[in-house]
Ligand binder design. Structure first.
Ligand SMILES: C[S@@+](CC[C@H](N)C(=O)[O-])C[C@H]1O[C@@H](n2cnc3c(N)ncnc32)[C@H](O)[C@@H]1O
Length: 225
């Protein structure tokens, strides 16, 4: 992502912080999946693109001895998260492209609707960057660690390309739109497979009217080894 694209992304989410009120039910829903993976043990969890950290706080709050780190580009959302949830998780303003951690330290990484916000100057560079972010997630988790990923996948490639160019045009006209590059389900599975040894689709469903129109959400569990 160029620095102006990053700035625009941060600005978009800082303005849209009220959408996180709508995301809370979704965090609850997704939390059930993540809890099933945690098995009740004390875990070190990383949320990449955590927003205000709703999901992470839910996970850490449910199990004794869990420690959570939430990372996001947007300082405003992190500030909101601290106000709302207190200091039970550690927040970090950082870029998923350059994770500031030692390798192989987390038991579980979660990445919820981050990937489609990773947009570079060309579609080819965008895919390369999305792959890099998945590889960073893999490097951050222990060999037996897992990644829980949730993405919105459009029905087909034509729709994905259309949304990419529309969002780029609107963003260049300074309209309040985030640039997006959605992956279709086969594309997403391909790039997750290229980073992780095993990939399992846990669920697919439309969460909102918007999702239903453009495609559906997919929940993927990926194993490092
Ligand atoms: C759609 S929101 C999802 C937030 C959260 N995962 C949730 O489900 O509530 C996408 C988030 O990714 C963050 N983001 C986008 N690009 C990022 C990057 N390169 N590194 C870290 N965070 C990023 C945005 O700031 C935003 O908070």
């Amino acid at each position: 992502m160029s620095s102006s694209q990053k700035k625009a992304c941060i600005g978009f989410f800082a303005e849209k912080k009220e959408i996180y009120n709508k995301c809370r039910a979704e965090s609850e829903f997704l939390g059930n999946y993540a809890e099933g993976l945690m098995g009740g043990g004390s875990l070190f969890i990383l949320d990449i693109g955590c927003g205000d950290g709703g999901l992470l706080n839910r996970l850490v709050g449910k199990t004794d001895g869990c420690f959570g780190v939430g990372l996001d580009l947007c300082r405003t959302l992190i500030r909101e998260g601290k106000k709302r949830y207190g200091n039970s998780v550690q927040y970090l303003v950082a870029d998923a492209e350059y994770l500031p951690f030692r390798k192989r330290i987390f038991d579980l990484a979660v990445m919820v609707t981050l990937l489609h916000h990773v947009v570079a100057t060309t579609p080819k560079k965008t895919r390369a960057m999305q792959k890099k972010i998945l590889n960073n997630a893999k490097d951050a988790i222990k060999p037996e660690g897992k990644l829980l990923l949730r993405e919105l996948c459009p029905h087909n490639k034509v729709l994905s390309i259309l949304l990419y160019w529309l969002s780029r045009c609107f963003a260049h006209l300074c309209l309040p739109v985030a640039e997006v590059s959605f992956l279709t389900e086969p594309e997403l599975l391909r790039i997750v497979d290229s980073a992780f040894s095993t990939t399992r689709v846990l669920d697919r469903f439309p969460w909102s009217e918007f999702d239903f129109r453009i495609g559906g959400r997919i929940i993927i569990l990926a194993f490092r080894t």
